[in-house]
Design a protein around this ligand. Structure first.
Ligand code: ADP
Length: 461
């Protein structure tokens, strides 16, 4: 049977509370009864001692029946029936004869009370014989009859009953408090979870603007709602990028294709003459489309990871030097200077792929460098990593664009790329390559000052 979290938590909490209170009730009853019996027995013993003392002290050569009667009535209140026999064996006083009705009633009420309180009480009347002394002379014997092994007087019973009432009220109140607290906690847990479920369902339907708004001091609940919100935000951003990519690709393809279409129609209709300049213009547009499609294919290839890794040892700095030479003409055109620092002669990995990554980064640095700028490429060997840093003094990347530069087709500024001919794929491929080699790539940039790209590769590939 599937239960709601709130129901399940409430039931579990209720069971635990009931079990705990049950155990407390059982233990407290056992302990309390034991302590009460001990307390009552000690008390009765004290009362008996006091009776013996009073009876012995009223004797001054002869028995003072008035005082004995007073003591016997007090003893009766405490559940003790006394009788006195003098040294000759004559009965001096007997409560059962003198206050017969009262004694019978009292013993009956003790019997009733005890059976009520202790269902298994099997008390019986016992008689204790104590010899009475006056000035070290035996003057007689006192017989005290009472219920053994223990009994409670009317006063004891009412005290015990009120004690039980207090305990019962405490149990009921604590049970109610625990259940209310359990319900509150269950609510505090289940409400944010239910809200998170609703939000994820809305996200699945495409409502990416939905967010979980819950206040909770529980770490896991807070993390859950934060994660759902992060998921929604990321999906929303991705959705934006996707829309931008579709718009970019269609725009990039539509412009050269329409130009080709218009020119070709005019040529077919004979409106225009197929002059070499015109044909060359059309050819250039076709080349643009071809380049874009080529890059898309390349990207798909990398992303599906169809290309196998071709690993081996190679000299990193030598490779970098040879890559730099391929940029000679652009470097010359812009009067740039490229400095290569470091000396890593042996690195294990896929030479072609790493070269491609460095080419992409260096090509951006060259593209976005201003005239007379300088580019520094530095290789550093660390204990467990190889680090490659490529730093330029170019136009930089605005901070708001920085998080997206690795997204495919993402270009900082369309007009900036129109001039440089970028398509926003270079860094996507670079990142794919570096990650396939087990490394990481980060870009730090400040607008107008330059950009630094850092590649960290593990030594153990
Ligand atoms: P592209 O092929 O268009 O250059 P990339 O993926 O290589 O695309 O780069 C993405 C964007 O990042 C580019 O639009 C470019 O504006 C910016 N960018 C990359 N590297 C640099 C750099 N070194 N300096 C300035 N901008 C850069």
């Amino acid at each position: 049977m599937k239960l709601k979290l709130r129901t399940k938590l409430s039931i579990t909490h209720g069971i635990i509370t009931l079990a705990t209170i049950g155990i407390i009730v059982l233990l407290s009853s056992l302990l309390m009864d034991k302590q009460l019996i001990k307390f009552v027995n000690d008390n009765n013993q004290r009362k008996m001692d006091s009776i013996v003392h009073d009876i012995a002290h009223q004797y001054h050569g002869e028995w003072n029946i008035k005082k004995i009667k007073e003591t016997s009535l007090r003893a009766l209140e405490d559940g003790l029936v006394i009788s006195i026999i003098d040294h000759s064996g004559t009965v001096v006083y007997d409560t059962e004869t003198i206050s017969q009705k009262k004694a019978e009633e009292l013993l009956k009420s003790i019997h009733r009370n005890m059976r009520e309180h202790f269902r298994y009480w099997t008390g019986e009347l016992v008689t204790k014989r104590i010899s009475l002394q006056h000035e070290e002379e035996i003057i007689g014997e006192l017989m005290i009859t009472y219920y053994g092994p223990f009994y409670f007087t009317e006063r004891d019973s009412s005290f015990i009953n009120s004690l039980h009432d207090v305990l019962n009220i405490t149990r009921v109140v604590s049970l109610i408090c625990a259940l209310i607290l359990g319900l509150i906690i269950a609510r505090q847990i289940s409400i944010p979870i239910t809200k998170s479920i609703q939000v994820t369902k809305e996200i699945a339907k495409g409502n990416l603007k939905e967010r979980v708004h819950v206040k909770s001091d529980m770490v896991e609940i807070k993390e859950l709602s934060d994660s759902v919100n992060l998921l929604a935000r990321t999906l929303e951003e991705q959705e934006g990028i996707r829309k931008r990519i579709v718009a970019d690709v269609s725009h990039e393809l539509r412009t050269p294709l329409s130009a080709i279409q218009i020119n070709m129609e005019a040529l077919v209709d004979g409106v225009l003459q197929p002059t070499p300049t015109r044909l060359e213009g059309i050819y250039k547009e076709i080349l643009r489309v071809n380049r874009l499609v080529g890059e898309l294919t390349k990207l798909a290839k990398y992303e599906s990871r169809l290309e196998k890794m071709n690993v081996g040892k190679f000299n990193l700095n030598k490779i970098i030097e040879s890559i730099v030479t391929t940029f000679e003409s652009e470097v010359h055109k812009k009067n740039l200077s490229i400095i290569v620092k470091g000396k890593i002669e042996e690195i294990f990995g896929d030479e072609d792929k790493l070269s491609q990554a460095i080419v992409n980064i260096l090509s951006n640095s060259v593209k976005y460098s201003r005239e007379y700028g300088s580019i520094v490429i530095e290789t550093i060997e660390q204990e467990k990593h190889f680090v490659i840093k490529i730093k330029d003094e170019g136009i930089g990347i605005p901070p708001e664009d920085l998080p997206y530069i690795f997204e495919r087709f993402y270009r900082v500024d369309k007009s900036r790329n129109k001039a440089t001919g970028g398509s926003g794929i270079g860094l996507t491929i670079t990142k794919e390559v570096i990650e396939a080699l087990g490394g990481t790539i980060t870009v730090h940039s400040s607008l107008g000052e330059g950009t630094e790209t850092v590649i960290i590769l593990p030594k153990q590939y």
